[in-house]
Every structure is written in structure tokens, then in C-alpha cells.
Ligand binder design. Structure first.
Ligand code: SAM
Length: 188
């Protein structure tokens, strides 16, 4: 059993506990704001590291969404409304130029380097595609998160920006919350 298979049992419940619920509330508001600046009536969406599907209710119902995650236990906690595939984010099993929108919320902080992730995003996204991702900035709280049992990698904004620029994305909107930076990118 992996860390995330174990976390699947209480992941959604923990998010409702004070003060974690307040942290997630702001993160959700920021993701909603980023999503509101995507003007796509119809789109194919890839939700990477979808987990229990926390951001699915924020997505337009006109969009066709595919969820992927490396943990089957996390994926199966969500409603069966959207297709879901067990896959590692560093080996995305999709044809080039398949998606109009990619979301990866709460993933980059578990990757030592997100370089390969952005190369995959570049490959599977269509021209002009949008990517919403989050990363953990360096601060005491994020360092303390290491005590929860899984290594949390904090990333410097400059380094992250360098990586997504090098892989063909530019930043459109950025927001910050206590533990996370939320970014909307456009594929150039
Ligand atoms: C903090 S949860 C975020 C879940 C969801 N996106 C959310 O916002 O609630 C992190 C998720 O990343 C998944 N994950 C971690 N490493 C992964 C990898 N290498 N490939 C795919 N998924 C991964 C875990 O299984 C877990 O479901």
C-alpha cells in the first residue's frame, strides 16, 4: 500500500477539519478565479493527480474531463461520472496534442523536479492550451508538512518559471495562499 492509498481513507475528511478547511477554502477560491479566465466553451481536460476529484466540481460541465492519478484508491473515492486512469504523471499515456486544458493541483510539491512533468504537458497539450498547476513555496508551514509522512518539495518561483518557460509556456495569472502558489499558464 502506498502513502496515497493510505491517505485515500481520510483525505476528504481531513480537508473539512478546522483550520485546514480555511486553507483549502482560499486555495479553491484561487483555482476558481484562474478557471474563470479560461474562455473555452468546449474543451478536453486532463486532471493530473486528480486524487479524490476535489477540483472536478469547479470545472465547466461542458468540458470533457479525464482524471489520472498514480493511486487507484484516491481515484475511486470520486464519483464515477468522469473517466479515470491510473498513471504516473511522468509517463502520461496520451497522444500528442490531446488536451485543451491540463490541471495539476497539489502535485508539484511531491516532485523533486517538475521538469519532466512540464515536458509531458507540452507534448499532450494542444496549441494555445491552458495549464493550471500549483506548487508549494518555501516557508515554515511547508517545511512542517514533511512531518505528515511524505516529503514535500518546496520550489523557488524563479526556478519554476524558468522550467515552464523553457518547455513552452507563459504565465497568465498567479495567486498565492498560505501553502500554495496557483498558476495559470498558456502554451505558446
Ligand atoms: C495532495 S493530493 C491532490 C489531489 C487533488 N488534485 C486535490 O486537489 O485534492 C496529491 C495527489 O497526487 C497524486 N500523485 C502523487 N505523485 C504522483 C505521480 N507521480 N503521478 C500521478 N499522481 C501522483 C497522489 O496520488 C494524490 O492523489
Amino acid at each position: 500500500m502506498t502513502f496515497w492509498d493510505f491517505r485515500a481513507f481520510f483525505y476528504d475528511r481531513t480537508r473539512k477539519v478546522f483550520p485546514i478547511n480555511l486553507i483549502f477554502k482560499v486555495e479553491t477560491q484561487n483555482i476558481t478565479l484562474l478557471l474563470s479566465s479560461i474562455n473555452k466553451k468546449e474543451a478536453t481536460v486532463l486532471d493530473v493527480a486528480s486524487g479524490t476529484g476535489a477540483i472536478i466540481p469547479l470545472l465547466s460541465t461542458n468540458w470533457k474531463t479525464l482524471r489520472i492519478d498514480s493511486s487507484f484508491s484516491m481515484l475511486k473515492k470520486a464519483s464515477k461520472k468522469h473517466s479515470a486512469v491510473v498513471a504516473d504523471c511522468n509517463r502520461l499515456p496520451f497522444k500528442p496534442a490531446s488536451f485543451d486544458i491540463i490541471t495539476a493541483v497539489g502535485l508539484v510539491e511531491y516532485l523533486k523536479s517538475p521538469h519532466s512533468l512540464f515536458k509531458h504537458f507540452q507534448n499532450v497539450s494542444k496549441s494555445g492550451a491552458k495549464v493550471i498547476f500549483t506548487y508549494a513555496q518555501f516557508n515554515c508551514l511547508n517545511i512542517l508538512r514533511n512531518l505528515l509522512g511524505h516529503r514535500v518539495y518546496t520550489h523557488e518561483s524563479k526556478k519554476i518559471e524558468q522550467i515552464y518557460n523553457q518547455t513552452g509556456f507563459i504565465k497568465e495569472v498567479q495567486r498565492k495562499s498560505l501553502l500554495q502558489t496557483q498558476v495559470l499558464l498558456k502554451k505558446v
